[in-house]
Design a protein around this ligand. Sequence first.
Ligand SMILES: Cc1ncc(COP(=O)(O)O)c(C=O)c1O
Length: 274
Amino acid sequence: MAGTFRTALRSTIPGKVYEAHFYGVEQETGLIDMDKVEATALEVVPKLIVCGASAYARDWDYARFRAIADKVGALLLADIAHPAGLIAAGLLNNPMDHCHIVTSTTHKTLRGPRGGIIMMGKNFDNPWGRATKNGEKIKMSAILNSGVFPGMQGGPLEHVIAAKAVAFQEALQPEFKEYGIQVMKNAQVMADAFVKKGYKVISGGTDNHLMLLDLRSKNVTGRDAENALVRADITVNKNMVPFDTQSPMVTSGIRLVLRPSYPWLQRSRLFEGN
Ligand SMILES: Cc1ncc(COP(=O)(O)O)c(C=O)c1O
């Protein structure tokens, strides 16, 4: 895990059920160092490697992650909740070619209703030798399906399923790609503007639709920035920055997310020149 959730994880159910180790980002660059990911994997020998984050502005090297997972016998899962729409539009690397399992929300850049999806590029026999009573190996897809239902989920929400179908159909249209390109351009222009104004943008910019600002050089905490911006009707998240010196409730940064689903962005048709 890249570490954005490092502190929050301890108080979540996954944090209590699983033993998580982190590869994190480099203090100097704000980037994931793939050699360190490999070294951590060789040391920990995890059962599952997760790539994906909520505040990482750069693209992911899924092929290298897969090579590392294969080296240590781990499954590779990409959580593409944030960049899913940009990936669907072909604007960022595609994890489906490399990862065993890909999960996403449907309500971020994918521009659909609130919800989640679990995908597999290619089905395979479960790696733990689990078999049916007849001795047939159970496919990984069947294990995932039964984990969702009856494992977790109750009755279906048909209206949300219908809305997901609409979102997927929209994501297949050429206009969706154009829109994704505009979102990425807007994000890059915004990141450059912050750099020019002397803000520290983690990793120096963005490849996707979001950016993380370290406000320590401005002597403002993430909490104060969030509260001030909310008073101006601008909704942002306070966010831990790598190697943060503040608590998770205060933080030293804010995360700015340009989402195609924001109605005011759609209505005002903001372009990079504005
Ligand atoms: C990487 C990642 N995965 C999953 C989620 C879960 O999304 P939600 O809490 O909206 O269901 C988030 C939320 O921000 C996220 O950033």
